[in-house]
Design a binder for this molecule. Structure first.
Ligand code: 16G
Ligand code: ZN
Length: 529
């Protein structure tokens, strides 16, 4: 075993004694200056995971929508999915081991997983545009090479691009070419094929304004745009040239604040969208002629996409089951619309992509979106095969055409993880094909007014939840209090949950009016103290 080399290099990435972190919902996340040892050790763990799975493993350096001063790291498993849960525990143990314990913790993982250290390994590394990301990714590389593992540094990529690349590398190119260029080609080809089917070939569609959150998404959408040629007219704001990453902009800001980002010139009726800091989330919005802001969040996106797919499924006459997965944050109106009007089964999962992704895998076609704009569509092997078969063997022209459209949607959607660029292209294609304006899309159903706040408490772990985070079981009496408060309003709902990424408790409420939603959320906040 080469652990001597590991320990030697570790002195260059020494862990400050006493610091502890947890591999949370989206990996490790904290102030960038506390992450050097974490990166080094995640490099080690990625190499071990690669040996164990005999596959390429991804390491993404990013803190997504969090402030520019923060950073973080997450591992990507062979098929481009999130790291399996059992290894999250190894990650936490490895990162929290003091220097003198490092060897023991590593040896334990190797033993427990029966890893053959002679096996080959390879790690794919990507990073966002944060000033700290480059050095932190070098620390990852030090960890990877300390275990004699191979690596490929993909440099500046969006999180979903790295997930895509990892999946391609492990499926012999069946998912696509494992490069950023291959990603652009796959997506632009599929988008073009869909756009061509629209009544006027897309000529009538107005320009889309994009808020790039001053991050990696802005950089990459410029590259994507070159591949899209004139098929889609885009105008980019917050491209990183002046503004600070995620500062008063980006998908999270727009969703939580329920207002447009700064740095964007919004004209009434214009279709706009915001990416988050690593481009795995997207939300749409527009201003109406009365200067009122309208948000089309992950729930509206899920509704648009699942309705479109369901209509195509009817045309191809395939009995594939489709389900939509949401979280507790899903607007009550969206759930009602999907279940009652669309007759699509809806499931609620815990917050965090891995939970939604996992649930969505149970269906032939699983559509999952968090209200915050993270989501995608998963097609089972059976679904893909049946659809492909019908592209040539469909009963009639209409069915063949619908099957072809579904096939292009399969190519256009990033099935490994939510992807702002890919989701944007799917949405734009649907709007084109259906001849929908953003206003018409918005009118499909009306959101219940809602508000979310965060409360800082001494220990967020005193709150424990059940029923996909919709009810609390601890501390005693809290749920009864919330139930009582909710009763005071119409069409109301509220829940509290400990954040998985910050040291806070999140509180969400919805009700018939914005005033009532605001009043309810404040009352529930007080009950949490
Ligand atoms: C992470 C999750 C996101 C979730 C958010 C909730 C991934 C890739 N990202 O950003 O899906 O909505 O955490 O944060 O899983 P919270 O627990 O702090 O509310
Ligand atoms: Zn993100």
């Amino acid at each position: 075993m080469h652990l001597e080399a590991v320990l030697r290099s570790s002195t260059r990435h020494a862990k400050p004694a006493g610091v502890t972190l947890q591999y949370g919902t989206a990996g490790f996340r904290t102030k960038a200056e506390h992450l050097d040892h974490v990166m080094y050790r995640m490099g080690l763990l990625a190499a071990l995971r690669s040996k164990k799975t005999k596959s390429v493993i991804g390491v993404m350096v990013t803190a997504s929508h969090n402030p520019e001063e923060d950073n973080g790291v997450k591992l990507v498993d062979p098929m481009g999915e999130m790291l399996v849960q059992e290894w999250e525990l190894y990650a936490t143990n490895l990162v929290n081991a003091e220097e003198h314990e490092l060897q023991t913790v590593l040896t334990n993982i190797i033993k427990q997983e029966s890893i053959n250290m002679q096996d080959e390994s390879c790690v794919a590394i990507g990073r966002d545009t944060r000033p700290s990301s480059e050095n932190l990714s070098l620390a990852v590389i030090d960890g990877v090479t300390a275990l004699d593992s191979k690596y490929q540094d993909y440099g500046l990529v969006t999180t979903p691009q790295l997930h895509y690349i990892v999946c391609c590398r492990n499926t012999d190119g069946r998912y696509g070419e494992p490069t950023v260029e291959g990603y652009y080609q796959k997506l632009s080809k599929a988008f073009s094929a869909l756009a061509k089917q629209s009544p006027d070939g897309g000529a009538g569609q107005k320009c889309l304004s994009i808020d790039g959150a001053n991050g990696i998404g802005a950089l990459k959408i410029k590259e994507m745009e070159e591949h899209l040629k004139s098929m889609l007219s885009l105008q980019l704001f917050n491209d990183g040239s002046i503004g600070k990453l995620n500062h008063a902009c980006g998908a999270d800001y727009v969703k939580v604040q329920q207002k447009p980002p700064e740095g964007m010139d919004l004209k009434p009726g214009e279709r706009c969208c915001s990416f988050d800091g690593d481009a795995d989330r997207i939300v749409y919005y527009y201003m109406d002629s009365d200067d009122r802001f309208h948000l089309l969040d992950g729930d509206k996106i899920a509704t648009l996409i699942s309705t479109f797919i369901k209509e195509l499924l009817v045309k191809v006459d395939l009995k594939l089951n489709m389900g939509v997965v949401q979280t507790a944050y899903a607007n009550g109106s969206s759930t009602r619309y999907l279940e009652e009007v669309m007759k699509v089964p809806v499931y609620c999962a815990k917050t965090g992509v891995k939970h939604l992704h996992h649930k969505a895998q149970e269906f032939d076609i699983g559509v999952y979106f968090e209200a915050n704009g993270h989501g995608t569509v998963l097609f089972s092997k059976t679904a893909e095969e049946q659809i492909r078969h019908l592209t040539s063997a469909g009963a009639n022209e209409e069915s063949r055409k619908a099957a072809q459209m579904l096939e292009h949607v399969i190519s256009l959607i990033n099935q490994t993880v939510g992807d702002a660029i890919s989701d944007m292209l799917v949405i734009e294609a649907i709007l084109l094909l259906k001849g929908l304006t953003v206003q018409k899309w918005d009118e499909i159903y009306s959101d219940l007014p809602n508000r979310q706040l965060k409360v800082t408490v001494a220990d967020r772990k005193v709150i424990d939840t059940t029923d996909a985070e919709r009810r609390t079981v601890k501390p005693p009496g809290l749920q009864e209090k919330i139930d009582e408060l909710v009763k005071g309003y119409n069409l109301s709902r509220a829940f509290v949950r400990p954040s998985g990424t910050e040291d806070v408790v999140r509180v969400y409420a919805e009700a018939d009016t914005q005033d009532n939603a605001d009043a309810l959320v404040h009352e529930v906040c007080l009950a949490v103290f």
